[in-house]
Design a protein around this ligand. Structure first.
Ligand code: ZN
Length: 207
């Protein structure tokens, strides 16, 4: 188990679709522990295998805060089985140091996955909670999708990316999300401050 180097935006591994895990071998269990060690070392709320250079369908999340005990959740071969509603909030990513932008997400998401022992489980993130958003963020990594592909304003996203010395958004990767956009029409884009979807989103949350 070790802390791995995080792959940064611009590396092709982040855009490559990841493969299903065929067997939860010792190698996969080591990968899970490396993901957890690296996520905690970097104070992230989530980390996906491609972010440490492995194109496998594995990610970890821990949305516990402050003095709460650690609560790691391991997702292997996850499938999103239900999604609904819409929300918008500032997101960051450990592969994009210090860059945050306003992104569109579903408010509710239900996912089925295998845990580190290969046991299936189902988990639901609701009401635009950090868990709901982290699941979508990490799940996207497995399909080569990045949070900036969901940005509400390309102009604003490019401003912050440039400021942090990162490449601008890839226009051909921007997602058309009419379902979410329609629901979000009533929620103004507010690049000046973090939109507190549930009161627990902090600007330093990076996934
Ligand atoms: Zn990320």
């Amino acid at each position: 188990m070790s802390i791995k180097k995080i792959v940064k935006y611009g590396d092709a591994v982040l855009r490559r679709p990841s493969k299903e895990v065929s067997k939860i071998s010792k190698k996969i269990q080591t990968l899970v522990h490396d993901l957890l060690d690296t996520m905690y070392a970097k104070n992230g709320v989530g980390l996906a295998a491609p972010q440490i250079g492995e194109n496998l369908r594995v990610f970890v999340i821990d949305v516990s805060t402050g003095n709460q005990p650690l609560h790691p959740i391991v997702f292997i071969n996850p499938k999103i089985i239900k999604k609904s509603g819409a929300c918008s909030s500032y997101e960051g990513c450990l592969s994009f140091p210090d860059a945050y932008t306003d992104v569109k997400r579903y408010a509710n998401v239900m996912v089925k996955a295998l845990d580190i022992h290969g046991k299936p489980f189902t988990i639901e993130g609701k009401d635009g909670s950090l868990l709901a958003r982290a699941i979508q963020h990490e799940f996207d990594h497995l399909d080569g999708i990045l949070f900036i592909d969901h940005c509400r304003s390309t102009f604003e996203a490019n401003r912050i990316l440039t400021e942090k010395g990162l490449e601008p958004v890839e226009e051909d990767k921007l997602l058309s999300e009419p379902e979410i956009e329609k629901e979000l029409e009533s929620i103004p884009s507010n690049p000046g401050e973090t939109i507190l979807a549930n009161g627990e989103k902090k600007p330093e949350d990076e996934a």
